[in-house]
Design a protein around this ligand. Structure first.
Ligand code: PRP
Ligand code: URA
Length: 208
């Protein structure tokens, strides 16, 4: 599936502040949350609704309702945690899983150190969260782990993606729809996204 990039002046405005190296931790977190809400809004465009009878103060009507319990949000630790508040403010009843991954600093290969998801995860649509898709290695491994658990429907939400990484994720997992706020120019020699925003985890948690 072709990656869907949010193309909107408000998103570009928020990304501009987010990318700025002078933006502090508090504002950075707020912006990650806000952009994640918009990504979630876009990702639920094709959501199926249950027809529900209600009474407005004026009359009866039938209207669509989302079965929020059919979804699970799965942030990739650490940086994916920064997106969780935003998506939960839109779908507050979704279940939550966690996948711990870090990139080996020499090989740039992802290392999985934690995996805990709801026990009926295979019945749910999973929305994976990670602000950065660089080489795509972390995304591919996280999707592999979920598919091994029997998950059939996966969407991947990120803030910034590199074209090189998107290509490999799209090839390896063509059934996974990716949503991002921006597709940037390229990776640098250290596999960081250019122009990017630096290290998302460090900026969210203030660790550097
Ligand atoms: C970052 C980011 C992704 C990964 C992307 O995590 O949050 O998980 O790198 O890179 P890739 O596409 O090349 O795999 P990092 O390893 O910095 O861990 P952190 O979230 O704990 O900071
Ligand atoms: N991880 C990040 O946090 N930033 C990048 O640019 C690449 C990987």
């Amino acid at each position: 599936m072709k990656t869907i990039a949010l193309n909107h002046p408000l998103i570009e405005h928020k990304l501009t502040i987010l990318r700025d190296k002078n933006t502090g931790t508090k504002e950075f977190r707020e912006l990650v949350k806000e952009i994640s809400m918009f990504l979630c809004y876009e990702a639920f465009k094709d959501a199926k609704l249950d027809k529900t009878k209600i009474e407005t103060p004026m009359q009866e009507m039938t209207s669509g309702k989302l079965n929020e319990d059919a979804y699970a949000f799965v942030p990739i630790l650490r940086a994916g945690m920064g997106m969780l508040d935003g998506v939960l403010s839109v779908i507050p009843n979704a279940k939550i899983g966690h996948i711990g991954m870090y990139r080996n600093e020499e090989t740039y290969e992802p290392v999985n150190y934690f995996f805990k998801v709801p026990k009926d995860i295979e019945k749910r649509e999973v929305i994976l969260l990670d602000p950065m898709l660089a080489t795509g290695g972390s995304a591919i491994d996280a999707i592999d782990l979920l598919k091994e658990k029997g998950v059939k429907r996966i969407k991947f939400l990120c803030l910034i993606a590199a074209p090189e990484g998107l290509k490999v994720v799209e090839e390896k997992h063509p059934d996974v729809q990716i949503y991002c706020a921006s597709i940037d120019d390229k990776l640098n020699a250290n596999k960081y996204i250019m122009p990017g925003l630096g290290d998302a985890g460090d900026r969210i948690f203030g660790t550097k």
